[in-house]
Every structure is written in structure tokens, then in C-alpha cells.
Design a protein around this ligand. Structure first.
Ligand code: CO
Length: 212
């Protein structure tokens, strides 16, 4: 059997199992989605967002890209954040990176890879901001792991700096922004930081809204 046909067969089995457990499952999920969480993760096939946190369809609004970046000119990501925050009224935004991230690893190498280097440049900017700390780590793997963590911290900050999140913070005191790292070798998530509206210095990125 061709490999892609296995996916279609698996889908039929999955849908049948769902109906067996809860006959009205698809009738319920077809109506609307009311997820509490927005997940921004890496495209890596080993980090399936819903599966590693044991969630069901309807629970997590998901955006994935190479190395879970939050770039302030990325209309794709920003549209997801706006819709999530303003329409779905998301309560928690989770930026989840992972150890062993190929995007972060490639950003640490001078090898030219073409277009993707433009994307990875954002990770190199994170390295640049933390050069003293990272260059002081002699062990290559430990330095790699630390850059994965610093990248998550930086991207979570970028989420907090978006106008959509700032606007929601001033009106409704949500969402909380979380930075996590998933360990592909243990299956466990490390909780790195939580950014709440009252404890984050927006600095130069702070907006004053005329409608508030
Ligand atoms: Co990755």
C-alpha cells in the first residue's frame, strides 16, 4: 500500500473509534470551537501539539512554523493571534519549542541553505542578543539546548508585545503567555516562564489605545 493511503485508512478507523466512544462527538465539534489555548509550536513531526498534552479536538488552536518563531511582520502568525485573542477569547498562549530543534541547530551553523536562512536569521538575532552567555558554554549540546530555551523566551516576549495581546491585557487581563520546551528524548515539557499582564515591561513596544 502506498504510504499516504495508510493515512486515509487510519482516518476512517480514528473517526469510527471516536463515534464508538461518544456517538455525538462530531455533531458537537462541528458546531463551533471554543478552545482555551493557542499553541505556537515548531513544525517538527516529533512535536504534535495536541498529542503531547493529551488534548482532544476543539481544545487547542494551533499555529506551527519552523522553530516556533513569532515575527512581528508575519501576517500568517499575526492573523492567528488576532483571531485567537479577539474572537476565540483565548486564555493562554503557549509558545512551545523543543530540544533538538533542527531550525535552531541550522541557525547555529554558517552553512548557507537558501531561503530558509532568512527565516533562521531571527534565531541568529536571539543568539546575538545573548552572545556572552552562549559563547561561555563550552559544550556544544548544552549551548544548543540553551539557545532553544532563549529562543522560546524571546518568542514569548514577542507575543506579549503584539498589539492584540496588549489590547486584551488592558481590557480583560488575559491572556497569560507561557514559554515551554518539549524534550523529544523524554516526552516531557519544561515550563520555562509565564508572562502575565501585571509583570511584564513592554518598554518601547508599549501601545496606548485610543478606544480604552
Ligand atoms: Co524544531
Amino acid at each position: 500500500m502506498e504510504s499516504y493511503k495508510k493515512l486515509l485508512d487510519s482516518n476512517k478507523t480514528w473517526a469510527q473509534n471516536k463515534i464508538r466512544i461518544a456517538p455525538d462527538f462530531f455533531e458537537r465539534t462541528a458546531c463551533e470551537q471554543t478552545p482555551e489555548f493557542l499553541w505556537i509550536g515548531c513544525s517538527d513531526s516529533r512535536v504534535p501539539a495536541e498529542e503531547i498534552v493529551g488534548s482532544a479536538p476543539g481544545e487547542i488552536f494551533v499555529h506551527r512554523n519552523v522553530a516556533n518563531l513569532v515575527v512581528h511582520t508575519d501576517f500568517n502568525l499575526l492573523s492567528v493571534v488576532q483571531y485567537g485573542v479577539e474572537v476565540l477569547k483565548i486564555k493562554h498562549i503557549i509558545v512551545c519549542g523543543h530540544y533538538g530543534c533542527g531550525g535552531v541547530q541550522a541557525a547555529m551553523s554558517p552553512k548557507y541553505l537558501g531561503l530558509i536562512n532568512k527565516w533562521l536569521r531571527h534565531i541568529q538575532d536571539v543568539y546575538h542578543d545573548h552572545t556572552a552567555e552562549l559563547d561561555a558554554i563550552a559544550d556544544d549540546n548544552k549551548r544548543f539546548r540553551r539557545l532553544v530555551e532563549l529562543n522560546v523566551v524571546e518568542q514569548a516576549s514577542h507575543i506579549a508585545q503584539t498589539s492584540f495581546v496588549q489590547h486584551a491585557w488592558q481590557r480583560e487581563n488575559r491572556p497569560l503567555v507561557h514559554g515551554w520546551v518539549y524534550d523529544v528524548s523524554s516526552g516531557l515539557i519544561k515550563d520555562l516562564l509565564t508572562i502575565s499582564p501585571d509583570k511584564f515591561d513592554l518598554g518601547i513596544y508599549r501601545y496606548e489605545f485610543s478606544d480604552l
